[in-house]
Design a protein around this ligand. Structure first.
Ligand code: SF4
Length: 228
């Protein structure tokens, strides 16, 4: 388990609970719009000491109720389960952010009741997935599909979200993704951040996310669709 960064308090990363965000190091995908490209390599230049991280969290218990574990990609870390067990012992609610690459890890965390909320990136309609993730081929797409199903069947509070990739995503892509969502699910369409990205982005072809969300709500009234 490599924690590369800590955001002491966030009011937006766990629904209705103040949380601390832990950023794990390493990701297997290469999304051009990644706004944490420093977290993609598997090695961190300045990893946090795990014991010190726990001490820090214990001292934050009066201020935060939850811990959001994000990436990079948390599920690539073999120590993730043990790490979360310690968080649960301390009484934290735990949210997992995942790109879906390890369905078995996600399933085990669910079975062991170690996560209270899961957020999964759905990068694109399945047939366009590689245009976004760039790495992993068919096997990666199959894994993400499986994780999507695992989360839908989990009974655990969850959300799916898609970050707009200018020049790659079309408005139709979001309708196609939403076809796979079920009654009551939360779906966020995330506006592109151009501040810091893995690769330069084409900002000439930006979707109007707010009008897209409005249109989609009419077509999918049974899904909670929002922009962020
Ligand atoms: S945006 Fe893509 S490359 Fe960046 S951490 Fe998430 S899955 Fe990995």
């Amino acid at each position: 388990m490599i924690v590369a960064g800590i955001q002491p308090v966030s009011l937006i990363d766990y629904p209705e609970k103040p949380c601390t965000v832990l950023f794990t190091q390493g990701c297997v995908f290469r999304c051009s719009y990644c706004h944490n490209p420093d977290l993609i390599p598997l090695e961190s230049a300045s990893p946090k000491n795990i014991e010190e991280t726990f001490e820090f969290l214990k001292n934050r218990k009066a201020v935060v109720d939850a811990v959001c574990i994000t990436g990079g990609e948390p599920t690539i870390h073999t120590g993730l389960s043990e790490f979360i067990k310690r968080l649960k012992k301390e009484g934290f609610f735990v949210k997992l952010d995942t790109n879906g690459i390890h369905p078995d890890v996600t399933q085990k965390l669910i079975t062991d009741k170690l996560v209270d909320y899961i957020a999964m990136d759905v990068k694109a309609p399945w047939h366009k997935y590689l245009d976004v993730i760039k790495k992993g081929g068919r096997a990666a797409i199959d894994s993400c599909k499986k994780t999507f199903g695992v989360i839908q069947d989990s009974g655990i509070a969850h959300e799916f979200r898609t970050t707009v990739f200018p020049g790659v995503h079309t408005r139709e892509d979001f309708f196609e993704i939403a076809e796979n969502l079920i009654q009551g699910e939360q779906y966020f369409i995330q506006k592109t951040s151009f501040k810091k990205t893995l690769e330069p982005l084409d900002d000439a072809d930006i979707l109007d996310v707010d009008s897209l969300v409005k249109e989609m709500r009419n077509v999918f009234p049974y899904i909670n669709i929002a922009s962020r």
